[in-house]
Design a protein around this ligand. Structure first.
Ligand code: SAH
Ligand code: DHB
Ligand code: MG
Length: 226
């Protein structure tokens, strides 16, 4: 089994059930043209996130890690009339590209891109009385994934979902000797999940055009929010 095969199967799936879309395609093209790294979720993953958000009827969504706004557009399109999405991004250039992509997708009225390090902007959401959120997507630096998770938990209503990207890292997550800071961050996140009575969680390994990685999903049973 090879990357070529994973990519071919992703193409096969995407060609059938993930129709091409001008705003999403343009978001990727402009992100690449601006020199942003090609690490957005794959199209079939973006739709997966969108379906999860729709399935729970999410009206308020929080995203941590915007990049060029590709996953943001997928998620914002899950929102009903009057729904809101806030996305947190620390790189001004990424935030600028994302705002343009989101505006072109016709979503500027319901999406807010907040510039700043998420560890600083997350507490502010609370003090501004924003939230509780129905759905959170954590996809920023992996070192801080555990901190993003605890903070998200306090911002998510019971019955809400927290989805975390990149929790397998080519399998490195199971290597107890890893010294990679991202792997250590993700491993600390699993320890936190294991000890957290306020969620029921699992994780799924994925292969595809983005290689070998995975998503974790946590259903919030009770929280400080909501
Ligand atoms: N969710 C996007 C991909 C995000 S890539 C998509 O699928 O389309 C990760 C993003 O997190 C990058 O843009 C990076 O600049 C941002 N990031 C890294 N550290 C951060 C931090 N401390 N706070 C907020 N954003 C951060
Ligand atoms: C990286 C980050 C991501 O969010 C991702 O989905 C894939 C790769 C990275 O930093 O390499
Ligand atoms: Mg990711």
């Amino acid at each position: 089994m090879s990357q070529d095969q994973w990519s071919a199967v992703d193409r096969y799936i995407t060609d059938r059930v993930v129709p091409g879309d001008p705003a999403l395609d343009a978001a990727l093209a402009d992100s690449a043209a601006a020199g942003l790294p090609a690490i957005a979720v794959a199209p079939n993953q973006g739709k997966f996130l969108q379906l999860l958000a729709r399935a729970i009827g999410a009206r308020s969504i929080l995203e941590i890690g915007t990049l060029g706004g590709y996953s943001t557009i997928w998620l914002a399109r899950a929102l009903p009339e009057g729904g809101r999405l806030i996305t947190l991004e620390s790189e001004p250039r990424h935030a600028d590209v994302a705002r343009a992509n989101i505006a072109r997708a016709g979503l500027a009225d319901r999406v807010e891109v907040r510039l700043g390090k998420a560890l600083e902007t997350l507490p502010r959401l609370r003090s501004e009385g924003l939230g509780p959120f129905d759905f959170v997507f954590i996809d920023a630096d992996k070192v801080s994934t555990p901190e993003y998770f605890v903070r998200s938990l306090d911002l998510t209503r019971p019955g809400g979902l927290i989805v975390v990207d990149n929790v397998v890292r080519k399998g490195a997550v199971a290597d107890s000797g890893s010294e990679d800071p991202s792997v250590l961050g993700v491993r600390r996140f699993y320890e936190m999940l294991a000890a957290e009575p306020r969620v029921s969680a699992t994780a799924i390994q994925t292969v595809g055009s983005k290689g070998y990685d995975g998503f974790a999903i946590a259903l919030v049973l009770r929280s400080e929010a909501g």
